[in-house]
Write a protein that binds this ligand. Sequence first.
Ligand code: URA
Length: 257
Amino acid sequence: MSEHRAPASSSAADSQPEGIRLQKVLSRAGVASRRAAEGMITQGRIEVDGEVVTELGRRVDPQTSVIHVDGSRVVVNEDVQHLLLNKPQGILCSMSDDKGRPCIGDYLRERDGKLFHVGRLDVDTEGLLLITNDGELAHRLMHPSYQVLKTYLAEVPGPIAKDLGKQLRSGVQLEDGPVKVDKFRLVDVNEGRALVEVVLHEGRKHVVRRMLEQVGHPVRRLVRTAIDEVKLTSERPGAIRKLDRKEVGALYRAVGM
Ligand code: URA
């Protein structure tokens, strides 16, 4: 569990007459009905600010309390947003552009809250981009020390040598240092073109394109399909969806929050 949590302070929480009952907060967050949430509390499955809470009278502040259910973070602050944008090809990964070029900010203008994108995709890369207003989560997801896995599908010219996966797993030298994939999979081969899936835990600029170019397969199309357990499903380009509770929990777990 994270060392960044607020210190456990049952006396502070107990003396918060204006707080909201924990079971109500849990049911509002969609964890369970109020009655079922009470059962979860008495079974010791709920932590508030790093402390297991078993008493039913506990009140919490949903704006500031860090709540875990069975060890998974549940976001109870209704102002915190976690979204997925299927970034279309040809769209800049910035919230605004002084030259008026189309950018992802165009897709988010109508939404409230100070949203920002988690990392970047090249203008020509499509696919999964996380959008949030949780600064600490975004910071950690982008930080190389957490080694969050990202999955890409790349269309490249074939044929694909039998040992390409081995080569990419053992490492390819780029001008700013070596890069390795965690996983490689040949997905499809069709008339001189191949579709390959690579999973890596790093995020240097153009890293997938540079790596595949280096091994003789310049990328023709690149799509990010997953970050950790969050996957692009059937969202059309430009579509935005809210992450579900499991996906949000997985992201927080991946970065120790
Ligand atoms: N690697 C790339 O080459 N481009 C991206 O947009 C992301 C990873």
